[in-house]
Write a protein that binds this ligand. Structure first.
Ligand SMILES: [Zn+2]
Length: 289
């Protein structure tokens, strides 16, 4: 059951959450968009899906009510539910500060975003460790690939808070592109020792370390199960592993579980712990559990 979140919430003295008004099975209560800072010019982190006029109205009304404008938009990653409103924000100059409004995102490694016309606005490339300043807030970019190749978390230094994007959600499990990168990013985020977690979806959490720890434990437990299963049974196909590890899983969830096991096998092969034999997989001879 997902918690019901109000459309606009003051989360702290310098962070206001605006819901993306795009709830769904993949977005939970919708994308979390965050207005950050304390001054007349503020930074917005992530937006919503394209065409979400409810979100644009909520954002515009909030800015008018506070009598503030946007000076920069930071994007955690390329997924449509995060970048979809950048065109609408760019067009509505009444939202921009006197110096205008700039858009920032880490470039993707799996697509050339400079050649194709991916975005309706000019996006400035974010560099790992780059800092963004606005009155009352210093925000540092932390490259955290795995969910996507461009995924970037952001630390709000004044609160020791982590905007985790889709790397760690407030509820539920994140979908991944590369598990090995993703695990490295989880450990990196845990090492930041942030206090507050502001996730890409779902409620915020005042114990960031424990949420990230649970994500790590969940993936590591699954990896151990896959390895033990191969150790006990010898050579197995992905489906055989799924049916053994996820006993009693309803048929319609087998495909999703297979993708999950496949990602674990890819990671284990990268690490030289498992090898492929035709359609099957087995633990490498010299590898001990
Ligand atoms: Zn995403």
């Amino acid at each position: 059951m997902t918690a019901v979140l109000p459309a606009i919430t003051n989360l702290s003295a310098r962070v206001i959450r605006i819901l993306g008004c795009n709830p769904g099975p993949m977005t939970l209560q919708g994308t979390n968009s965050y207005l950050i800072g304390t001054g007349k010019c503020r930074i917005l982190l992530d937006t919503s899906d394209e065409g979400k006029t409810d979100y644009m109205d909520a954002l515009s009304n909030l800015l008018k009510k506070l009598d503030v404008r946007l000076e920069a938009i930071l994007l955690t990653h390329w997924h449509h539910d995060h970048v979809g409103c950048i065109g609408a924000i760019d067009k509505d100059k009444s939202l921009h500060s006197h110096n205008g409004c700039t858009f920032h995102k880490m470039p993707r490694k799996d697509a050339d975003e400079t050649k194709e016309k991916h975005y309706p606005v000019q996006i400035k490339p974010v560099i790992d460790g780059q800092k963004f300043y606005t009155e009352g807030a210093t925000i540092r970019a932390v490259f955290t690939p795995g969910h996507t190749t461009d995924h970037t978390a952001f630390v709000l230094e004044e609160e020791n808070a982590l905007f985790s994007g889709d790397c760690v959600l407030g509820e539920g499990t994140t979908v991944l592109e590369t598990l090995s990168d993703y695990m490295r990013s989880l450990y990196l985020m845990k090492g930041l020792k942030a206090d507050i977690l502001y996730p890409g979806h779902g409620p915020h959490n005042l114990d960031a370390g424990s949420v990230i720890g649970q994500y790590i434990a969940h993936r590591e437990k699954r990896e151990k199960q896959v390895l033990e299963c191969l150790q006990q049974n010898g050579e197995m196909t992905i489906e055989e592993i799924v049916r053994s590890v996820y006993k009693g899983l309803p048929e319609h969830l087998i495909l999703a579980a297979s993708q999950n096991v496949h990602q674990h096998l890819e990671k284990l092969m990268e690490e030289g712990r498992v090898e492929e034999v035709g359609e099957k997989y087995r633990v490498k001879q010299n590898y001990k559990l």
